[in-house]
Every structure is written in structure tokens, then in C-alpha cells.
Design a protein around this ligand. Structure first.
Ligand SMILES: [Zn+2]
Length: 307
């Protein structure tokens, strides 16, 4: 099962889910737990400009581990312990610590995405998981080679162009919502809804575009057009789908604010029947004559997977 968040990816075991997260692509962190305890933690920050030496980052971290438990032991390891492919384009310092729980981690500076990343895998006492922990650690990537970012949490995965930045997310079991800001006032929204059959009993799939747009109280929607289609989503399908287009004006500055110029919006909503989910992808462009947003919807929808 892959994990993906803010450009960081890892092959983590099934059952490890996103617990806490914060920040954006430039600086932030994400933690995965197995339902009982913390198993994976990754932190990153922009390493461009005047970069902090890796040794300083590691020393700072070492102090925080030693402070957290007076019996803690901390060792710096040889980078050769990690596979060659993992070491590509990076300078790194692997480390391990023991404080009841065992942590295996690595701090690196990436020459491509220019971030400094600290990734760690934690094993509970008594668990013979050192080899597995090293394998998970060696699967961590801080960027892809295809100019995309993978978002993969709670059994839902999709990819976005790396020019789109997450500016809002709301992750609840009934609804996962990801909202991205792109270049030149373009934006992208990806949603996954649970209990699809119950929802579809209340509003059929071809009514969903209107329902989805209605959830945005600051939007004024004109010229909504819908058409039935099918989606060959990754790892399954084809699924019954509804493609739509509309013109949306967004109210700026409160209830009495003025509306923005109308922007063309395109979307695709489908019923992932195998997992009983509804997935929706919506995009808009700042340029009225462009069809880029329609292509983006198709492209992102093609990468979406429910598990
Ligand atoms: Zn990188």
C-alpha cells in the first residue's frame, strides 16, 4: 500500500494510516500510525537558500530524542546500509535510536526537489521488524520523475501535476476533500465520498454535479451541462460516470461582496462500484478560452484509485 503526501511517497504496510499532518510542500510533516502507535514519521523543509548542514539537522534531532527519554541511545549509521538506488541524488545520514521503541531513520538533502527530509520508521519493543523497517525506509521518495505528486491516504490515491499545491484538505471517513491551487488562477478539487449506494439512493449520479456545486455557498453557477459517460479509472472500471461543465463566479469578500468574472469549470463524477465510493474531480482555469482544465480532469481521474 503506497502512502503519498506533499510529494513524499513510501511503501507502507496496509493498516498504517495518516494520523497527524501539517504544513505544505515547502515545510511540513506527516505521521502514520497502526491504530495503536506511531509507526512512520516524515518531516521536510525547503533546503534551498542558505542550507542548514545535515549534521546540524541530525544533532538537533538527536538532542530531542535524548531529552524525551533518559535511557535513550542514539547512533549515526553508515549510508552504505541503505540501497544504492535510494542514495541517488541525495546526501544523507542514516541513524537509529532505542528508547523502548526502536526508531530507524535517515535525514537527507535532495538535489532535485531541494528539500531536507527526515524519515523514520518505528518498531515496538520485541518486534523483529528491523529488516522490514529498513525496507520501508528505503522506499521513501521525496519527488517523482514525472512532474507529478502522488496523494495516497485512507485507501484513496490520485496524482496531480506538481504545479498544483494543496491549499485545503478535509479528511473524514465519509468524505475526503483535497483542494489545490494551480498556476494562473487555475484550481483543482478532488473528492471521495463513502457509502455511495446510500447517497445514490437520494440523488442519482447525473444529479451529483449540481449537488457538488451547491456545496460551495460562495459560488454562482451558470450554464451547467451534464453528460453520461464511463471512466476507465486506474485499477478497475469502467465505471458509470457523469461529465459536466459550468461557468462559476465566486463571491469575493463576504455576503455582500462582488462576484468574480465567470470561470469555466469542468468535472467528472463517477461511482466506483467495487469499493462503493463516489469520486469527483473538478477543475477551473483562469483563462476563458482554454480547455486545459477539461484535460486536467481527465488526466487526474485516470490516476484515481480506491482500495
Ligand atoms: Zn526530492
Amino acid at each position: 500500500m503506497a502512502f503519498g503526501w506533499q510529494g513524499v511517497e513510501a511503501d507502507t504496510p496496509a493498516g498504517w494510516e495518516l494520523g497527524a499532518y501539517e504544513g505544505d510542500f515547502r515545510a511540513g510533516h506527516a505521521c502514520l500510525d497502526d491504530g495503536t502507535q506511531l509507526r512512520f514519521r516524515v518531516r521536510w523543509h525547503d533546503g534551498a537558500g542558505r542550507p542548514t548542514p545535515l549534521q546540524t539537522v541530525l544533532n538537533r534531532y538527536r538532542r530531542s530524542v535524548l531529552k524525551s527519554s533518559k535511557d535513550a541511545e542514539f547512533c549515526v549509521l553508515d549510508p552504505e546500509a541503505l540501497p544504492v538506488r535510494f542514495r541517488k541524488d541525495k546526501t544523507m545520514l542514516p541513524f537509529s535510536w532505542e528508547a523502548g521503541v526502536t526508531g530507524q531513520g535517515v535525514v537527507w538533502r535532495c538535489a532535485v526537489c531541494r528539500r531536507i527530509v527526515v524519515a523514520e520508521v518505528m518498531s515496538p519493543p520485541g518486534e523483529e521488524g528491523q529488516k522490514a523497517a529498513r525496507r520501508i525506509l528505503a522506499s521513501v521518495r521525496c519527488h517523482r520523475d514525472d512532474d507529478e505528486r502522488l496523494w495516497a491516504v485512507y485507501g484513496f490515491a490520485f496524482r496531480t501535476p506538481d504545479s498544483y499545491n494543496l491549499n485545503e484538505s478535509a479528511l473524514h471517513s465519509g468524505r475526503l476533500l483535497f483542494s489545490f491551487q494551480g498556476p494562473r488562477q487555475s484550481w483543482l478539487v478532488v473528492e471521495r465520498w463513502g457509502l455511495a449506494s446510500q447517497l445514490l439512493a437520494k440523488a442519482s449520479l447525473d444529479a451529483w454535479p449540481r449537488e457538488l456545486l451547491k456545496l460551495r455557498p460562495t459560488w454562482r453557477v451558470d450554464d451547467l451541462d451534464t453528460a453520461e459517460t464511463a471512466v476507465p479509472a486506474a485499477g478497475g472500471g469502467p465505471y458509470r460516470a457523469c461529465r459536466f461543465s459550468a461557468r462559476v463566479r465566486r463571491r469575493r469578500g463576504g455576503v455582500f461582496g462582488s462576484f468574480s468574472r465567470p470561470a469555466p469549470v469542468a468535472g467528472l463524477v463517477w461511482h466506483h462500484a467495487d469499493e462503493d465510493k463516489i469520486v469527483a474531480v473538478m477543475a477551473a482555469t483562469g483563462d476563458e478560452d482554454s480547455t486545459e482544465h477539461t484535460d486536467l480532469v481527465t488526466r487526474v481521474a485516470g490516476t484515481a484509485e480506491c482500495r
